[in-house]
Design a protein around this ligand. Sequence first.
Ligand code: AMP
Length: 341
Amino acid sequence: MVSVATLGSHCALQLLKGAKDEGLETLLICEKKRHDLYKRFKFIDEILLVDSFQEVIERRCEDFLQSKNSILIPHGTLIAQMSSEQIESIKTPIFGNKNILRWESDRRLKEQLMKEANLETPKSIQNPKEINSLVIAKRHGAAGGKGYFIASSENEYNKKRDQLIKEGMIDGDDDLYIQEYTTGVLAYLQFFYSPLKKELEFFGIDKRHESNIEGLARIPAENQLNMEKFTSFNVIANSPLVLRESLLDDVYKMGENFVKASAKLVPPGMNGPFCIEGVYDENAHFSAFEFSARIVAGTNIFMNGSPYTTLIFDEPMSMGRRIAREIKHADTENQLKSVTT
Ligand code: AMP
């Protein structure tokens, strides 16, 4: 029997609760500083303490995971804290396609995959000199929106970039990706693709609460003008959304196109959970500024299922539980290789 393991952060509680609900053994790789939190939860069977998540690629961790016949579920923390090379070198089987995580971390590869999937995207700007409208400058990788800023001229961009360099967050222009700023309703569309059933399931939608951009919007313009502080998009929380039903057909099509494009560019494709993130404009047109090629923390809202999972399953189904169910099916049918890399 396989067990399910993950790093103690991001959506670990959802993942391991879901695995336990499916009757699987659950393991957590946990930094010592977070042990007090995670030891509270009885559905975690075993906790391996580490000083830093970097130890996942070390012998002690790999031996532990292999002795437990574990499958490691990747999430945002793994991507934020490890390089693509380190992730690809992990010997423990990883749920989904670990090679696509590089495409998530690298903005240029990301753009290529989104184009292949026919997703409409905001224009990217190659050189700060070309800034002539509102843009957002974003850091590479899963930075969680921290240190992202808005600018409407090269001058403003340079000033804010220099501030980030001073704060030690970036080294220079190469660490930033500039994209047209899109206004409208932001939506983070969560999917699961089953390589066993060869079927796409739409799981739910969330909205992110980001600091301090959300707080700034509550301040009158005249006060904003006097503020020294500039914007950041650090995700603090998520809340649920439902879409107008007439938009759902397009949502499925976007998801299916993304699955097809991934199978072509990054075999074995987009297996498991993923998220397409973007903005609906005033004509209900969706522009995708980002994707995550693994579970997103916004699925934590739906630990008991979402309005959309209710339409597919006759029982509460979280993304964590769905992953565990896929693993269980694969294990019974001797197909674990189809759901892991
Ligand atoms: P990302 O890392 O691309 O998910 O971006 C983090 C946050 O920045 C998003 O959740 C949005 O709030 C904001 N954002 C990113 N790209 C854009 C864009 N092109 N237009 C408007 N807001 C954006």
